[in-house]
Design a protein around this ligand. Structure first.
Ligand code: ATP
Length: 251
């Protein structure tokens, strides 16, 4: 990362957003994030701008429902792509630990080199085991490269966290009957629309929030976790986020 990127004064009105952008740039420079990841970041920034770069109450409730699903799951997995690896490597490892979940690298533009780099990057940030490199199973209904997953990871998962997932793959995972927790700033994206639990928030805020809820709910009874899951309303969550974006006073 070049020096000009390092110096962002805290009182800059867009400090957080600029830091996030620079982490993605650094990810591209290190071969972790794809160039398409830069475009995804730009789309995300636009939505986050309209949300005032804050977590909606409805997104916090979604993060709590996500934690309840992960804690109740037999085999939860957190899926990691190039943007997530660049933005929240440590927070992802912490979430996996709090939810007793596996971490699996899953790329839209899969190359062995990028898979290895992301796995190494996650290990540098504390991950003990990183799945995704075996690629010994396939998600039905997707083209060859994009279908690859690990048999003991996403293929066997009953609950998957898929931040910034592409719409086709989110739909294909949903059809397998998995509980899908999607983090996406666009409430209209197909991924958010197909999710069991859509969290319309920036991954840099959402991932630590799910972790906080998972820690807080660690000793909750099965019944309490079930109640949180059952009370969660995905459609209302998406509608609330869309309303907040459309009514944005910043627009
Ligand atoms: P879909 O197929 O689901 O409709 P897409 O495949 O067209 O969406 P992409 O172009 O891959 O979507 O864009 C990635 C998505 O990730 C966008 O919806 C964008 O808002 C979202 N996004 C980008 N950065 C972040 C971030 N930091 N946190 C949360 N969401 C983000």
């Amino acid at each position: 990362m070049s020096d000009e990127h390092a110096e962002i004064p805290d009182d800059h009105p867009r400090a957080q957003s600029l830091r996030t952008r620079h982490r993605i740039e650094a990810g591209v420079e290190r071969g972790i994030t794809s160039r398409q990841g830069l475009i995804a970041e730009g789309r995300g920034e636009a939505f986050d701008y309209l949300l005032g770069e804050q977590t909606l109450d409805s997104a916090d409730r979604a993060a709590r429902a996500a934690a309840a699903h992960l804690l109740a799951a037999d085999h939860p997995v957190v899926s990691v792509n190039g943007n997530v690896a660049a933005l929240v490597p440590e927070a992802t490892v912490e979430l996996a630990a709090a939810a007793d979940a596996a971490v699996e690298v899953n790329l839209f533009n899969r190359t062995d080199e990028r898979m290895e780099r992301i796995a190494a990057h996650l290990r540098e940030h504390g991950a003990e085991e990183v799945l995704g490199l075996e690629a010994d199973a396939r998600i039905p209904g997707l083209a060859h490269e994009r279908a690859k997953v690990d048999a003991d990871g996403i293929a066997a998962a009953d609950a998957v966290v898929v931040p910034l997932e592409d719409g086709d793959r989110a739909a294909a995972l949903g059809e397998l009957g998995k509980t899908e927790i999607v983090i996406d700033l666009n409430p209209l994206s197909r991924s958010a629309q197909t999710a069991t639990v859509p969290i319309v928030d920036n991954v840099v805020r959402a991932v630590p929030r799910i972790t906080e809820h998972a820690r807080e709910l660690a000793d909750a009874t099965d019944e309490k976790l079930r109640t949180i899951r059952e009370r969660f309303d995905a459609e209302a969550t998406l509608a609330d986020a869309e309303r907040a974006i459309r009514d944005s006073e910043l627009a």
